[in-house]
Ligand binder design. Structure first.
Ligand SMILES: NC(=O)c1ccc[n+]([C@@H]2O[C@H](COP(=O)([O-])OP(=O)(O)OC[C@H]3O[C@@H](n4cnc5c(N)ncnc54)[C@H](OP(=O)(O)O)[C@@H]3O)[C@@H](O)[C@H]2O)c1
Length: 259
């Protein structure tokens, strides 16, 4: 599929300085989309942008923005609306392991601001813009954690559940308006996630394969779960009692419940 023809000239990626978002930048640049990359670490964004423009002969702009700031979604929208944005990759997010009652309130608040507030508002303003144009694509990055309660990272799982439910519901509302939506629900993926989440390094899928799954499914699947094992886990919760599902995730994350 020619993304530029189908969706428009530019792709906007939040959280593009590392991990899955960075891989989205490479994949979409290979497809010839011009890009706007958003994150806090400007140096990293600039490095990626220079490499992508040189290698793929695309225009690649960067915006340094802390997306936990209340008005950041408006500022990003205002700064980018003069471009023909055709594809939003709403990816920026972070996790936080530990026992909910002992966690740092400031960090929990920042997670709600980023994973819930800015995620929802960016989705809203761009969906509205795409529906008006009757053209656009949206990749919303949630998680496999969205499918069950996650004792050991309770608030993170809840924010990811929010993202999945919001994505599924609003994509149904805009069906038939020529705006493709897929919600990416990765399992463990090798990125910088564990550092930000105060976890221990974990094995997981390759971030490029994870991003590629959403790019391939855009226009055909509302939920994108990369990897066979993850697909099984994503469906298993439907067939098990809720108490078993709660216990299983608690056991998997028991390491973070020792305090
Ligand atoms: N890795 C996994 O195992 C996994 C599994 C399921 C879902 N996910 C989801 O995948 C998405 C990407 O995570 P990742 O694994 O690629 O993690 P990552 O390597 O830590 O990348 C996170 C990206 O988000 C950006 N970001 C974080 N806080 C930000 C803020 N306040 N404002 C703007 N940008 C911010 C980071 O850039 P700066 O630090 O430069 O701001 C970085 O570019 C997240 O939504 C995460 O929940 C990850």
């Amino acid at each position: 599929m020619d993304f530029k023809i189908k969706y428009g000239k530019y792709g906007l990626i939040t959280g593009a300085s590392a991990g899955i978002g960075k891989e989205f930048a490479y994949i979409l640049a290979e497809k010839g989309l011009d890009l706007i990359l958003v994150a806090i670490r400007e140096e990293k964004l600039k490095e990626i942008s220079s490499e992508l423009s040189a290698r793929f002969k695309i225009e690649c702009l960067t915006i340094k923005k802390d997306l936990t700031e209340l008005n950041s979604y408006k500022e990003v929208f205002e700064l980018t609306k003069k471009y023909d944005i055709g594809l939003l990759v709403n990816n920026a997010g972070f996790g936080y392991y530990g026992r909910f009652i002992n966690q740092n309130e400031e960090k929990l608040g920042a997670m709600i601001k980023l994973n819930v507030f800015t995620f929802a508002m960016l989705t809203k303003v761009f969906a509205e813009y795409f529906v008006k144009k009757e053209r656009g694509g949206m990749i919303l990055v949630s998680s496999l954690a969205a499918f069950q309660p996650t004792a050991g990272m309770a608030l993170y799982g809840a924010t990811k559940g929010f993202e999945l439910l919001l994505g599924e519901a609003f994509s149904e509302e805009i069906k038939g308006r020529n705006v493709d939506v897929t919600i990416l629900c990765p399992g463990a993926t090798v990125t910088e996630f564990q550092i930000a989440a105060e976890g221990v390094p974990h094995n997981g899928m390759d971030a490029r394969k994870v991003a590629m799954c959403a790019v391939k499914n855009l226009g055909s699947k509302v939920i994108s779960i990369p990897g066979v094992n993850n697909k099984i886990i994503g469906k298993l919760h439907r067939f098990l009692p809720r108490s078993v599902v709660r216990l299983a995730t608690k056991m998997a994350l028991s390491h973070y419940l020792r305090d």
